[in-house]
Ligand binder design. Structure first.
Ligand code: R5P
Length: 329
């Protein structure tokens, strides 16, 4: 079968990921000029023709390489606009992490729904398709009225955890860090043949960064606990969970997550926490976190899965078999 002509473009936030994806696809990244003007505005230009090309524009979102999250989004919009005006054919925004994805509803009066702003802007500027990984809530894709390929990292996480727990399954237990992750944790427990517990979490109404946990829970005494979450931001959710598990007699505490944001010096706090190991998918560059956490952090690469999905999309093939239909749940 002939692969339709397509090209990979990298935004400036995490070019190493785009290079790894391009390498898997035996492609070279399209040459671009990306820069920042002295006043903070961004500039982009394609240094070769994109006429009639199907473009996969990869942009990750984190505060690295002199980018703010919003700079990264602006640069993505400029790359899409430049491609549209230069007669590109289909434009796919490949977003390993979707920015503003947690602001997916009005929690209080007179708030915006920020994820809707992001997705409607991408649609209006001319993005034909979005590919992203582990949306905070799968129904978010309803805001974007064009093809939306939601990839899930669970095949990678399951493989890692299966290997970790294989020799002594009964010593491990999965822990859901809040009600929102309960269903997902149950699904991992079924798949891996492990027990699981839910750990209650509430946030202060006035100060949402303050998390309340029970002092102790039952069922984790002398167990190796594995907490699975979709993302670590400040680390508050997981560090408070780890403290409760430790005080409840857990023997070991391990974390597996997709998006490792680790803002506000979270890496330093994880280093001092009772957590012995963090498994993180590299939808965001983990270079700075790795320098702090060293062997405590194990990175699970996302590039092979994303490259496979891009290839199948370019070939017009289904993604279903990659995820057994689970990416729609
Ligand atoms: C919550 O609903 C999410 O699944 C994460 O648990 C949360 O967003 C992580 O944020 P933080 O690390 O700041 O607690």
């Amino acid at each position: 079968m002939i692969v339709k002509d397509f090209s990979i473009v990298s935004g400036g936030v995490y070019p190493e990921l785009a290079e790894a994806i391009a390498k898997e696809l035996e492609q070279k990244l399209l040459s671009t000029e990306l820069k920042r003007f002295a006043n903070g505005e961004r500039y982009v230009r394609y240094e070769e023709s994109v006429r009639q090309k199907n473009l996969f524009i990869i942009q990750s979102f984190s505060e690295v390489n002199g980018y703010s999250l919003n700079d990264a989004f602006m640069e993505l919009l400029l790359l899409v606009d430049a491609a549209r005006r230069a007669s590109a054919n289909e434009i796919t925004a490949v977003l390993p992490i979707l920015p503003y994805a947690r602001q997916d509803r009005k929690a209080r009066n007179r708030e915006p729904i920020s994820t809707s702003v992001i997705l409607r802007t991408l649609e209006n500027i001319g993005v034909d398709r979005i590919i992203t990984v582990d949306l905070h809530s799968a129904q978010t894709q309803a805001i974007f009225n064009r093809p939306f390929d939601h990839l899930i990292a669970s095949p990678i996480i399951s493989k890692t955890l299966r290997k970790l727990t294989a020799k002594n399954k009964s010593s491990y237990i999965l822990v859901s860090p809040d009600a929102g992750r309960a269903k997902e944790t149950e699904s991992y427990a079924d798949e891996l043949g492990l027990d699981y517990v839910h750990l209650p979490k509430t946030r202060d109404r006035q100060n949402s960064s303050h998390i309340n946990r029970p002092a102790k829970i039952t069922g984790v005494q002398d167990k190796r606990c594995i907490i699975i979450d979709d993302m670590i931001d400040t680390g508050g959710t997981l560090i408070t969970a780890a403290n409760t598990l430790k005080d409840s007699g857990a023997k070991d505490i391990i974390v597996a997550t997709t998006h490792g944001i680790l803002s506000n010096n979270a890496a330093e706090r994880f280093d001092k926490s009772p957590i012995s190991k963090l498994y993180i998918i590299d939808t965001i560059s983990q270079k700075q976190n790795k320098a702090i956490l060293k062997d405590k952090l194990e990175i699970m690469p996302i590039a092979p899965l994303m490259a496979k999905a891009i290839k199948r999309i370019a070939l017009g093939e289904s993604l279903d078999f990659m995820f057994n239909g689970k990416n729609n749940k």
